[in-house]
Design a protein around this ligand. Structure first.
Ligand code: WT7
Length: 657
């Protein structure tokens, strides 16, 4: 493991931000909530606080106890029974929301579909019947590998309706990544599509899936959505593969939902950690729904007539919580866009905001930095006056990007909510409440009411003002319940550093004089590239899988747009004869093994790697090299000359980053 780069206590003096933005009066007056006392109330009685949100949902049996906490295992809304799909769909169909738009979807080529809550109800019910008819029962796992099309949300909700556990795999992942996730979850059915659009091209999802399906013995059936209308011929395996539109044809439009226990599994979503193997993060039904419902409502100040757009892909947790479950549980109108922000032009997002009258917009800092680079002329072409609130998620947002976003997208009128959370937390944990919190650019401000976080030293001492490690010190409803198939790892990974009641986030943070949190990025072997989480070990395993590679060390380095980029140092096998294009070949190899998001930005073929006398690679030095920093202490190295040579070579090839 790389020694953690723990932020030092003095960091509070280095990082100073004096600009403050109190909630605009017009916003504050109408915001729910806008009473600062709610923090104290929630803190006094967190269980009562969460129960008050839970009561706004529909339960077929009320819970007996809000929380049972046997550290580090929590059960929320014990004894309660409900169905997530009923709460996201049926509940609204019985009200005036019946004909309200639930999803406004836009494909990258410009095709559009709007589904009302009633449409969604019928399609979800029909697909739930299809799943049952194909033999899927409560507790079975269903893998979903789709582009960002309505069928993705439909398939998830259909699983939830019949109690099947969905396992969504981001459409940018490779065949091997898909295969590993399917096998780990032992999924019985796969929902995929012929293709999806990205920057004008077609991603051939079914072909990639076929490659994975060659070694996924648990999969019995495959349902294929026709998205690309035949531009890439695909193979349908008789007895296994069926077209979505065909199986949907005769499916009944009503489907009795399965009554679920609050603690029954809702989904598994894989995320990268510090080992080579991604972890299946387990979320359950009741607490997750309450947590995502509550945070969507309050963080985004959601009102009945809002048009809410989260730009994330549903392949990541942001899409699960804030494109599907949170907003639909609230009965919101959700905008969904399939493609790239710069296709066909760099104003695509602003065109969508204007055409659909988007009022709430939630995106990632990497996107904001790209907009900055492209220039304010693109948003200027459009009327963005419908926007009233804008949000950020996925990585630290630097103050310059925050201010640009506030000015050029938010028109200096919209509060910016910088929301910190993780796949594991399931819900937003650190965030402003837009009608209450005074904003500071670059700070996610404070914990959501009822949530407790601390900055700790490595020894576990509380840091009042200064830098350290971010920890969560009280259970919360949407917390992960485990790692699929690996109960020990759940305990060891998250609850084993400062006792079994303190959750380790893996993030560095500092607290300022006002108690505000400033997130400083991961301190472990996880890299955050453009808001996408990837483990250095995964990339290293992909590299050493190449026939010419003997050893590899991967680090994250600073990147102006993506936040971080992947830098790989590779030692080839003795006697190997690399071609001139070895660097490109290695980059392609990683992209093929894991997915394009893991493609290293820099690959340095090294004669030797800096090692301690006991043979451990000193990644800290590699990080300094990749970031163009002065080298730290090299006295413990077996051969200090190695690192100097490497630094020279890096700078020759990539300049100083
Ligand atoms: C990691 C979790 C949460 C949904 C998307 C990512 C980083 C996330 C912020 C933020 C600073 C952030 C952290 C965290 N992160 N949001 N607002 N400010 N950093 O989910 O893939 O599980 O990644 O993303 O480092 O640990 P994820």
């Amino acid at each position: 493991m790389t020694p953690p780069k723990i932020p030092p206590p003095e960091i509070a003096d280095l990082l100073r931000e004096d600009r403050v933005f109190p909630p605009p009066e017009a916003f504050r007056a109408k915001a729910v909530p806008n009473d600062p006392d709610i923090y104290e109330q929630a803190d006094r009685d967190p269980e009562g606080f969460w129960a008050s949100f839970a009561r706004e949902l529909e339960w077929s049996r009320p819970w007996d106890r809000v929380l049972e906490w046997k550290p580090p295992h929590a059960r929320w809304f014990v004894g309660g029974r409900l169905n997530a799909c009923v709460n996201c769909v049926d509940r609204h169909v019985r009200t005036a929301r019946r004909n309200k738009a639930a999803l406004i979807w836009e494909g990258e080529p410009g095709d559009r579909r709007t589904l009302t809550y009633f449409d969604l109800y019928r399609q979800v019910s029909a697909f739930a019947n299809v799943l049952r008819q194909l033999g899927i029962r409560k507790g079975d796992r269903v893998a979903i590998y789709l582009p960002l099309i309505p069928e993705l949300a439909i398939a998830m909700l259909a699983c939830a309706r019949i109690g099947a556990v969905h396992n969504v795999v981001f459409g940018g992942f490779s065949a091997e990544s898909l295969r590993d996730r399917i096998n780990d979850a032992q999924a019985r059915l796969l929902v995929t599509a012929d293709g999806g659009y990205r920057r004008g091209g077609v991603v051939p999802l079914k072909r990639v899936a076929d490659e994975a399906l060659a070694s996924t013995p648990s999969i019995e059936r495959v349902v294929v959505v026709r998205r690309d209308s035949g531009s890439i011929p695909i193979h349908m395996q008789a007895g296994r593969d069926q077209w979505y539109h065909e199986v949907m044809q005769d499916a009944p439009l009503t489907c009795e939902p399965e009554e679920m226990d609050a603690e029954d599994m809702l989904y598994v979503l894989y995320t990268s950690g510090t080992t080579g193997k991604p972890k299946g993060i387990v979320h359950t039904t009741g607490g997750y729904l309450v947590g995502t419902y509550a945070t969507t409502k309050w963080v985004f100040d959601l009102k009945e007539d809002d048009v809410y757009w989260c730009t994330a892909d549903i392949g990541w947790v942001t899409g699960h919580s804030y494109l599907v479950y949170g907003p639909l549980a609230n009965g919101a109108t959700v905008v969904m866009y399939e493609g790239a922000p710069d296709w066909p032009q760099k104003d695509r997002f602003w065109d969508i905001v204007e055409r659909h009258g988007v009022t709430i917009f939630y995106t990632a800092p990497t996107a904001v930095r790209a907009f900055m680079r492209w220039g304010p002329e693109h948003p200027k072409k459009h009327d963005l006056s419908s926007l009233r609130l804008i949000g950020s998620v996925g990585e630290p947002i630097n103050p310059e990007a925050w201010v640009w976003y506030y000015r050029h997208i938010g028109g200096e009128r919209c509060p910016v909510v910088d929301t910190w959370w993780q796949t594991e937390t399931g819900m937003i944990m650190i965030t402003p409440l837009p009608g209450i919190t005074t904003l500071k650019p670059g700070s996610a401000t404070r914990t959501f009411p009822g949530i407790k976080a601390e900055v700790l030293t490595q020894a576990g001492d509380r840091v009042g003002v200064g830098g350290g490690l971010l920890a969560l010190t009280r259970p919360w409803p949407a917390m992960l319940r485990g790692i699929y198939g690996d109960p020990d790892r759940y305990v060891k990974q998250y609850w084993n550093t400062w006792g079994s009641e303190v959750y380790v986030t893996g993030d560095g943070a500092k607290r300022d004089q006002d108690g505000y949190f400033w997130l400083l990025g991961r301190v472990d072997d996880v890299i955050n590239v453009a808001g996408h989480r990837i483990g250095t070990m995964e990339i290293e395993s992909a590299l050493v899988d190449h026939p010419l590679v003997a050893e590899a060390a991967v680090v994250g380095r600073h990147h102006e747009i993506k936040g971080q980029a992947i830098a790989a140092f590779v030692m080839l096998k003795e006697g190997s004869q690399p071609g001139r294009l070895i660097v490109d070949e290695l980059k392609d190899h990683v992209a093929r093994k894991i997915g394009a998001l893991a493609r290293p930005e820099d690959v340095i073929v090294a004669g030797d790697l800096p090692k301690t006398r006991s043979g451990k690679i000193m990644r800290r030095l590699l990080r300094d090299i990749a970031e163009g920093k002065a080298l730290g202490d090299t006295t413990t190295l077996a051969d200090p000359a190695v690192v100097a040579k490497l630094k020279e070579k890096y700078e020759e090839e990539y300049g100083a980053n």
